[in-house]
Ligand binder design. Sequence first.
Ligand code: ADP
Ligand code: MG
Length: 259
Amino acid sequence: MASSNAVPALQAKGIKKRYGNLEVLKGIDIEAHTGEVIAIIGTSGSGKSTLLRCLNLLDNPDEGEITVHGESIRMKRQRNGTLCAADSKQISRLRSDIGFVFQSFNLWPHMTVMENIIEAPIQVLGLSYPEAVARAEKLLMKVGIAGKAESYPMMLSGGQQQRAAIARTLAMEPKVILFDEPTSALDPEMVGEVLGVIQQLAQEGRTMLLVTHEMRFARNVSTRAIFLDAGRIEQQGTPAEVFDHPTSARCRQFMASQN
Ligand code: ADP
Ligand code: MG
């Protein structure tokens, strides 16, 4: 269960990011405690993807601090002014600890589903081939595509590809999983199967940050919600506060536009 006293699984402070003249993140503080499911919502362009990408340094923030289970990621400033991890071992661990599920799945097209899943556990975690395969088989069962291990991504439906991508993320046994609109690229009839997997992960007590436009799902699955607006956290609180009774006018307006 989430506890405000415990060390957060993931904590970020003062995250700022600009692209040219566009200030996309204007100083974001966010922390995810173990077992929390945080829904991040907001209009298109409000900075949701940039925030998630900065949290595991897929994008380099201009300012900010990131801590994973109390371990602070040492940063250095690059020539272009942005920050990156100073220690390659630490960044590798950060990427293992903070899983990322993309809107567009990002499976490697030239590898089977099994190969996609076992690659990082073998290369990064040092699992043996049989260990990695055993882990992958369990995960494929869990996400409901046990029969697709030898298929290539292009042979799968979007929903199956996303479930394979989730299995690939889970294979690293991450402490936190970041989902960036995991169902936005799917045909409507496939949304449910992916949301079902995410709901199952939530019930297991996984720590997750979920960017989604599936408002009803976000309302039900989250333990806390954050409304991002123009690069700032405009409102946050319980799902009831944010979804049902927003105090911020912008959040109210956004919620009204979703129905
Ligand atoms: P959201 O995920 O909330 O829709 P994004 O984080 O993708 O928003 O984008 C926030 C803003 O930053 C948008 O105006 C977008 O055009 C801009 N942006 C995002 N990535 C880049 C990039 N690599 N280069 C330039 N501008 C970007
Ligand atoms: Mg986005």
